[in-house]
Design a protein around this ligand. Structure first.
Ligand code: URA
Length: 244
């Protein structure tokens, strides 16, 4: 009788170990699966008690802590395939903060926004109306990492980084915004209107007067449209005189 009881006890212990191991392996599989992007984790893993990566933005009030927070994110979109973050550069309280789409190859290598071919065209255009990134201008992008192969960032990638960019704008405190290209214009103006409709008008984003214009990469492919960039910059220049 005693021997039978011992055998049954042993079987119970073995069953418990088996179930414990099974549960452990399943939970590992789930967490491996959802670890890619914090937003994915929040929508799919109901038991997740972590706070959203965007919650931490509440405690950010300067560029240094914003950059630190962005660098501390756990596997955020686009980071894995990029060389480094392209955060943004320029002066605080500038006349104009320029916001592009995404870093390209040159920006990815140098860690600086708009330093490639598009950047040269943009810089030349800005300089003609007296804007310089080391004097009165700040430049950043909607997403801070280069999408592989220079593809357009997806809606999910843009939505993930939009709260970081809005905090970036709050920290830089520009007098005016210049949105270059349809991706940054649509995201920051929260509209589905195309850039052809949006460009050249005086719009508002976060209570800041804003001009949207064509992306310089588009103008390099369609030089016939360049006159429209100059026209939009003249509108921006007249706003600069007014907010000075
Ligand atoms: N294109 C962009 O939109 N941003 C850059 O920084 C470079 C190219």
């Amino acid at each position: 009788m005693l021997l039978i009881k011992k055998i049954l006890d042993l079987k119970l212990v073995k069953d418990n170990i088996f179930h414990f191991m099974k549960d452990f392996l399943i939970s590992q599989e789930i967490s491996d699966d959802v670890s890619y992007c914090p937003l994915t984790r929040f929508s799919h893993n109901k038991k997740n008690t972590d706070s959203s990566p965007h919650d931490a933005l509440k405690n950010v009030w300067d560029l240094a802590s914003l950059k630190k927070l962005m660098l501390s994110l756990n596997n955020p979109p686009l980071q894995k395939t990029a060389t480094q973050i392209v955060f943004g550069e320029g002066v605080l309280h500038p006349s104009v903060m320029v916001i592009g789409e995404a870093p390209g190859q040159d920006e990815d290598v140098q860690g600086r926004p708009f330093v490639g071919q598009s950047g040269k065209l943009l810089e030349k255009a800005l300089n003609t109306i007296g804007l310089f990134r080391d004097k009165n201008c700040y430049i950043s992008n909607i997403v801070p990492y280069r999408p592989m192969g220079n593809r357009t960032p997806s809606n999910d990638e843009v939505s993930f980084y939009l709260p970081f960019l809005k905090k970036h704008i709050e920290c830089v405190k520009p007098k005016l915004l210049l949105l270059v290209g349809s991706v940054s214009s649509k995201a920051l103006l929260d509209t589905n209107e195309g850039i052809t409709t949006l460009r050249g008008k005086i719009l508002h984003c976060m209570n800041i007067q804003t001009i949207a214009t064509y992306h310089p990469a588009f103008l390099l492919r369609s030089p016939g449209q360049k006159a429209k960039l100059w026209k939009d910059l003249l509108t921006l220049s007249s706003l600069i005189t007014m907010v000075k």
